[in-house]
Structure formats: C-alpha cells, structure tokens
Design a protein around this ligand. Structure first.
Ligand SMILES: Cc1cc2nc3c(=O)[nH]c(=O)nc-3n(C[C@H](O)[C@H](O)[C@H](O)COP(=O)(O)OP(=O)(O)OC[C@H]3O[C@@H](n4cnc5c(N)ncnc54)[C@H](O)[C@@H]3O)c2cc1C
Length: 460
C-alpha cells in the first residue's frame, strides 16, 4: 500500500481538522441544522455527486426516505485515473466497494434507470422495477460515447497502442505503453474531444507527464510529443492559459488546434483527424442575392503515431434526453445536458428535481471539485423545496481543475462562471497563475482522502 495514503483516521484527525480551519468544504456547520421534511427522495446515480448528496442528506433530515439507484459495484475516484496512467497511484488506491460508500439508511437499488417519467414521477430500471418518488436528485454523470471513434471500442482499448485514460482499465493499460515509448523512443500523439468532457485538463496532464517522464529518464531527444486540441485554444481561463501555453512551448510539445479525432487504424497506427475551420464565404441565397455566411470547412488529416491517447465524445445519458429533461436549445442541447438553473441547480421545467455533477447543463467544468461546492447548495435548495419554499442558495459556477504539469507541480486552476479566479485553497501568498509544488502536494496527498473520507461521508 502507498505509505503516503491517508487512512480514514489520519484524515479525520489531521486533514479534516485542517480543512475546517482553512475553510475548505463550506457548509460543514449545517449538520447542526436538522430538518423534518417529508417525501420520498430518489437519487439516480451514486457517483461523486449522488453518493455524497445522499451522505449529506442523511445528516440533515430527521426521518429520511431516500432511495438510490446505481448499478455499479465500485465507487471510483476518477481523478486518480490520470495518476494510474502515469504510474503515481496503484489501481487499487482509487476505488472502494459501492456497498461501503452508500450511507446506511439509504435504500440501494443496484440497477440502471432506463426510463424516467417526470410527470408520473417514476423511474423504471433495466430489471423492470418501477420506483415512485416525490423529489428527484438527478446525478447519473455522463455517458462516454465510445462508438463515436471509429476503429476502436472500450473493449479493444490498448490495441495498436491506442489508449484512453477515461476508463479504469484504459488508464492501467497506458502506463506500460508510456514507459515503453520513453525507453524506445517514437511519437506520442495526445488528443481531446469536441463535446463537453469531464476534467478537460486530464488529456493535457497525461501529455505533460509523459513529456516530463522522458526528460527525467534522459530520453527526451528520442520522443516527439504532439497535442491535437479540438477547440480553437488549448485552455480558456485567462489567468492560467498564458502559462500553460508557455509550458507547451518551453517543452517543445507540438500544439495544433481545431482538430477532432474521427477514427483510428490500430493496425497501421494511424489516427484520422478532421481539421475544422470556420470561414466566411459568399453564397447566393434563395432570393438570388449574394450573402456572406459562415461555414465550417473540414480538412481531413492522417497522423502516424507510436502511442496515441484519445478521448471519445461525451453526452448526458440517453434516458435523460428521452425523459425530456435536457436543454432543447442553445449550446448545451446537442449532447442532451440536463436543463438546470445554473444558480440554484434545480431543474428549470420540473420544480421537484435538483441536478448536479457531470450531467448538469451548466456552463462550468465537469469536475468533482465543482461538485464539492455544488453539494451544500443543491442539498439546501432541495430541503427548501421540500418545505414549500423557493430555492435560495446560489452557485457561482466554481470549478477547480488541478492541471498536473509535471511530477511535482500543479497549475491549480480555480474559477467561476465568468472564468474569474475563485481560489478556495489556502495558497493566497503564491502566484497561482503558475504551477506550484504546494498544489502538487494538495493534489498528490490530500484530494483523494478528502473525497473518500470527507465528501463521501457527507462531512465536506
Ligand atoms: C481521467 C479523469 C480525470 C479526472 N480528473 C479530475 C480532477 O483532477 N479533478 C476533479 O475534480 N475531477 C476530475 N475528474 C472528473 C470527476 O471524476 C467527475 O466530474 C465526477 O466523477 C462526476 O461525478 P458524477 O457523480 O456527476 O458522475 P460519476 O462520478 O461518473 O457517477 C455517475 C454514477 O451514476 C451511475 N449511473 C450512470 N447511469 C445510470 C443509470 N442509467 N441509472 C443509475 N445509475 C447510473 C454510474 O454507475 C455512476 O456510479 C476526472 C475524470 C476523469 C475520467
């Protein structure tokens, strides 16, 4: 076992105490505030958002009636996948049996929701069980659409040295492949995806960690590293973007923007990309007039690789859209993200639904550290709704993306809906627009125990 791993006891003694003093994990004092509300609460999805929500609710309601539906055997600390992929964590450090995470007193239905009827207030599971609710907590995370990258599937990850760290097995398979790339030399191609994705920093982190490993091993000259980014910029939070770009340049990491992965030929080790470029073109409209319109011009491109790290497109789970809970217009409609009020985290159409975590259609990053701040707000707002009051607690869009820039430094990006810096960790004396060793210590040693022993127990 990792000697630096905090046990529950050491975390509660030291970590939680420190967190309380430092003001991390606001809302802790709420435990004193028990409420006697009535109603059947159904939580769909018991991941970072759903399980922690259940734990908090159990500490707030005197006679809770909570059912949680989730088919998973394990609760993963997914931020740890990047650290498995770079040899920092062992796979068994990042998960716990789901049965040990769901708070006692919560009825667990170990099944998947396949159909939801927000009018009848029922959810049907794959096993045919129909569950009625009065209040719904929608937290099923997101769906990774493996079928949208041709030539590879979740099951064949690793074939032809094409890898994805957004999967527990995938994260394990890439680590020996990265070591081999460094040892033997070759070209590492790293990509991300064009939809909203969980932890948009993760594909960049594994790229920079690979580059640093090659340098540490004295093998950098033999390794070419290229990053193909889907958006028109590597990152879009003003305080942090300049330093990230500088790091890519200083370390000679090739950067290309506006590229999407279409498919992979794992036998030939080729990745098929589309370069998307918006151009203004003149066209004749139906009235015979010349007009200027914006068109996306797609240019196909094929790149050879020795190691590929890719990320499939992501969306809300299908049942969310089928239930009519998704945005129907705007940027968030295409991939079915849930129609949520970005301030109160309540559903815009259905007043008895709260929604947080990756499935929520709100304009912020999909990270568990965002969930840490969403939790007390969403819980309070649900309790208000259950008491017939308006939801009043406001979420400012806080998200944190600890971008690991090397084995020892993290660019700790914390920001709100306006992309303004919103620090919640106590590093105010440091220049957080740059990578810091202190932020590495936080990420490496503190955030995982904070998740398992703080958030999942409802204490943070
Ligand atoms: C590689 C990687 C790196 C990351 N790095 C970071 C990081 O550094 N920092 C950070 O803060 N975040 C990071 N994240 C993101 C973070 O893990 C997610 O944002 C967080 O887990 C989302 O929580 P959630 O509860 O919304 O979804 P999840 O934790 O994914 O949980 C969803 C749950 O819903 C269940 N479910 C799904 N469909 C159904 C259904 N139909 N019926 C019932 N249950 C269902 C699933 O079984 C699952 O248990 C990373 C993620 C990945 C993959």
């Amino acid at each position: 076992m990792d000697k630096t791993f905090m046990t529950r006891r050491t975390f509660l003694k030291g970590g939680l105490g420190a967190a309380a003093v430092l003001g991390i994990g606001g809302g802790t004092m709420h435990y004193l505030n028990m409420v006697d509300v009535k109603g059947r609460i159904l939580i769909i999805g018991g991941g970072a958002a759903g399980c922690c929500f259940a734990a908090r609710l159990m500490r707030r309601i005197s006679n809770p009636d909570i059912t949680l539906i989730d088919p998973a055997d394990r609760q993963y600390y997914q931020p740890g996948f990047t650290f498995i992929a770079s040899g920092i964590f062992k796979p068994d450090e990042v998960w716990k049996p789901m049965s040990k995470c769901i708070p006692s007193g919560v009825k667990w239905i170990k099944d998947s929701v396949v159909e939801l009827d927000p009018i009848k207030q029922t959810a049907r599971t794959a096993g045919g069980q129909v569950v009625e609710y009065d209040f719904l907590v929608l937290t099923p995370g997101l769906q990774i659409n493996w079928n949208k990258v041709e030539g590879i599937s979740r099951e064949t990850l690793g074939q032809g040295n094409a890898h994805c760290i957004y999967d527990f097995e995938g994260a394990q398979r890439i680590w020996p492949a990265i070591q081999e790339l460094v040892a033997k030399g070759g070209r590492g191609v790293f990509t991300d995806t064009y939809t909203k994705l969980k932890c948009g920093g993760a594909p960049k982190k594994i790229c920079m960690l690979t580059e640093h490993l090659a340098r540490k091993e004295g093998k950098r000259d033999g390794v070419q590293i290229d990053y193909f980014c889907c958006s028109d910029a590597l990152y879009n939070v003003p305080l942090y973007t300049p330093r990230l770009l500088q790091i890519y340049e200083e370390r000679n990491i090739g950067l290309e923007v506006n590229h999407r992965v279409k498919g992979i030929d794992t036998q030939a080790k080729k990745v098929y990309l589309e370069h998307h470029e918006k151009k203004k073109v003149k066209e004749i409209n139906e009235l015979g007039k010349e007009v200027e319109v914006e068109r996306t011009i797609i240019t196909p491109r094929v790149e050879d690789y020795d190691l590929l790290s890719f990320v499939p497109p992501q969306s809300a789970p299908d049942f969310v859209r089928e239930a009519g809970l998704s945005w129907t217009e705007g940027k968030l409609a295409k991939d079915g993200w849930a129609m949520v009020d970005k301030k109160t985290l309540t559903h815009i159409r259905y007043s008895n639904i709260v929604c947080l975590g990756d499935v929520a259609g709100i304009p912020t990053s999909k990270t568990s550290s965002a969930i840490r701040i969403q939790l007390p707000i969403a819980v309070d707002n649900l309790l208000s709704i259950m008491q017939g009051k308006d939801p009043e607690k406001i979420y400012n869009g806080y998200a944190c993306c600890p971008i690991v820039t090397d084995y020892g430094h993290v660019l700790l990006c914390e920001f709100d809906y306006n992309k303004d810096p919103d620090p919640s960790f106590p590093f105010t004396l440091q220049d957080m627009s740059k990578e810091q060793a202190s932020a590495w210590m936080l990420k490496r040693h503190f955030l995982k125990p904070m998740f398992f022993h703080g958030m999942l127990t409802g204490l943070m």
